[in-house]
Design a protein around this ligand. Structure first.
Ligand SMILES: Nc1ncnc2c1ncn2[C@@H]1O[C@H](COP(=O)(O)OP(=O)(O)OP(=O)(O)O)[C@@H](O)[C@H]1O
Ligand SMILES: [Mg+2]
Length: 199
């Protein structure tokens, strides 16, 4: 089936304050949409509401992904359905290495009994890191801990490359990147472009 995210008249609020006031947006496989707007207009709110952040309350409208009601799904179900969010401010998680995190995420996506073999995992990860020109030492560091702004963004793209989502929401993926990182991140996105994937 061709990938399709349909957002219709989406309304969402945080702490009782309405931020999204009826957003309409359709994203099909093969398409890249760019949402632009001044600070504080609700771009990250849209991303969080789509992914199911518990702080954001959806008060109206519908969102479907490949015909299924996205808003009825838990966050993990949204992830497994193929939705991915590269966060504007990625969280640091001390004690969890980048590679453990990636492997857990990949296995959660694949489901019980379908776990990826260690050899295959390492191969995919090394290929992805090479494409993003990331130093292998990042595998063994705790998730985003002490990463520079640009390194965090690159790490979000690494996750996207490993998880191969159907719909990727990239929140300010360009901010904090220098010229070289910008090129590498753009190449990462282009590498993943296909008729089955929307951005
Ligand atoms: N906990 C909160 N309580 C009240 N208002 C909040 C809360 N969290 C976010 N907001 C408000 O929601 C609005 C939308 O914020 P959002 O982060 O979605 O904007 P944005 O378009 O992504 O901005 P930027 O370009 O700066 O990233 C802002 O006015 C923000 O202050
Ligand atoms: Mg934002």
């Amino acid at each position: 089936m061709n990938t399709c995210l349909e957002i219709s008249n989406l309304k969402a609020e945080i702490e009782g304050k309405e931020i999204l006031k009826g957003v309409d947006l359709n994203v099909r496989g093969g398409e890249i949409h760019v949402v632009m707007g001044p600070n504080g207009t609700g771009k990250s709110t849209l991303a969080s509401a789509l992914m199911g952040h518990p702080k954001y309350e959806v008060t109206g409208g519908t969102v479907t992904m490949n015909g299924e009601d996205l808003l009825a799904m838990d966050v993990d179900e949204r992830g497994r359905a193929g939705l991915f969010l590269a966060m504007q401010y990625p969280s640091e998680i001390s004690g969890v290495t980048n590679s453990d995190f990636l492997r857990s995420a990949l296995n959660a996506q694949r489901g019980e009994g379908q776990e990826i073999s260690l050899i295959k995992f390492i191969r995919i990860m090394e290929d992805s890191m090479k494409a993003l020109e990331m130093n292998p030492e990042f595998l063994h560091r705790y998730l985003n801990e002490g990463f520079s702004g640009g390194e965090k963004k690159r790490n979000e793209i690494l996750q996207m490359m490993m998880l191969k989502p159907r719909i990727a929401v990239l929140d300010e993926i360009d901010s904090g990147l220098d010229i070289d990182a910008l090129r590498i991140v753009a190449e990462g996105v282009n590498l993943l472009r296909s008729d089955e994937r929307g951005f």
